[in-house]
Design a protein around this ligand. Structure first.
Ligand SMILES: [Zn+2]
Length: 407
């Protein structure tokens, strides 16, 4: 059996109301510390002080903080250290963006975290301040909280994160050495591409449709968002609207994760190797930029705005899906390989000729070899050829019209 993989197990917590208040206080103090540490960093940075040493310096100052603010003494030291580590990670990401010359988006300088943006705290070392005792999570300085263990924990727990969501508290165990469950090999490989009107399409033209709830969910989210915007700041009505919006978001997230997991499992069952386009920041937020319409002019942005909007929403989900797919594949003893996304849409998968097409052109029509194919299916095939070429597999263009396995 291959070595185990890293996996996260999430369970619902059932704290008593007093425990829930304690959790909220801990979260609130962690958030405060985060903002204080960030502010200190900002001052150091403004003074041009070094970057490397600051993390350790802040960590060293924690005992002083406890002496100065006794309320922090009641919080496990590891939780506070993790907060400092979060600040450090945020900073490293910030400096990486600066170094790469990217315009830091959506915000440049690391931002202060308000109540709506800081939801969790982490015990970085299982067994130190936190342990799962049967179905009870035993937390140092917090208490013993019942856990709804809907499935057993596997592997070796490493870190434990408690998070507050719209409907209550959850615990996530990040576990190492989780045993894999290799699935039998099928001899099939394919390329997959994100579709414009469907969720994905394989190189054999097999389609996974977008789940129907996407549209309903979009509408409901929009309504809930409007209710928030209409409410006066600080009003009870607005607070309620914010709560409702958070619930809707959580619901959508769950449905999407469920759909992603089922789709990923179906794919790794069916295929041994899956080729996908490498994700790049630019791909993550593809917008319908004005595109040549093929006859010298440009399509107005609005012509494909609706498609573009749906697409950008979908792209955001696509990144998450690929992460899930990679995890599932690893767990199943299969593989996901990324290829360069250059020209996968434009090139003919039959002969390699580059056929320019705008976003609104749904069909690939090759003027060189006569191949006529759905645009996304053509892309999926190119992705497969590109991936196989990287691995030195002889080109399979001749096998274009082979039968596909059913998903
Ligand atoms: Zn061609």
């Amino acid at each position: 059996m291959p070595d185990g993989v890293r996996k996260t197990f999430k369970y619902r917590l059932e704290p008593a109301s007093a425990q829930e208040r304690t959790l909220e206080v801990v979260l609130w103090r962690c958030r405060t510390l985060y903002n204080v540490a960030l502010e200190q960093r900002r001052r150091w940075w403004a003074r041009g002080q070094g970057v490397g040493a600051t993390y350790y310096q802040q960590k060293r100052e924690l005992p002083d903080l406890k002496a100065a603010c006794p309320e922090y003494a009641s919080i496990h030291a590891h939780l506070l250290q993790d907060v400092i580590l979060r600040v450090e990670r945020t900073y490293q990401a910030f400096f990486r963006r600066v170094k790469n010359g990217e315009t830091p988006k959506p915000v440049g300088y690391p931002r202060f975290q308000g109540q709506d943006r800081y939801h969790s705290f982490t015990f970085p070392e299982y067994g130190n301040g936190v342990v799962l005792d049967g179905a009870i999570l035993s937390l140092s300085k917090i208490g013993r909280i019942p856990v709804r263990l809907h499935r057993p924990l596997e592997g070796t727990p490493k870190t434990v994160t408690l998070s507050q969501e719209a409907d209550g508290w959850y615990v996530c165990f990040s576990c190492a050495d989780v045993p894999t469950q290799p699935l039998s090999l099928t001899g099939w490989e394919t390329g997959i591409d994100v579709g414009l009107r469907v969720f994905l399409i394989t190189a054999e033209g097999k389609v996974v449709e977008n789940p129907r709830y996407y549209r309903t969910a979009e509408r409901e989210l929009k309504k809930a968002q409007q209710r928030v915007s209409k409410g006066k700041k600080g009003s009870t009505r607005r607070r309620k609207a914010v709560k409702l919006l958070a619930k809707k978001h959580q619901h959508v997230r769950r449905q999407r994760t469920d759909f992603h997991q089922k789709t990923a499992l179906a794919l790794v069952r069916q295929y041994d190797v899956l080729y996908v386009e490498a994700m790049q920041p630019a791909n993550l937020s593809r917008r319908p930029a004005p595109v040549p319409d093929g006859s010298g002019g440009y399509l107005p942005n609005g012509a494909s705005a609706k498609v573009g909007l749906n697409k950008s929403i979908q792209d955001a989900g696509w990144g998450r899906f690929l992460t899930i797919l990679a995890c599932k594949a690893e767990w199943a003893g299969k593989r996901v390989e990324a290829v360069s996304p250059a020209f996968t849409t434009q090139d003919c998968s039959g002969c390699g000729e580059r056929i320019q097409k705008s976003l609104s052109v749904r069909t690939h029509v090759c003027t060189n070899c006569g191949l006529v194919l759905d645009r996304d299916e053509n892309a999926a095939r190119n992705i497969q050829w590109a991936g196989q070429a990287l691995r030195g597999v002889p080109t399979l263009v001749g096998a274009m019209n082979r039968e596909a396995p059913s998903l």
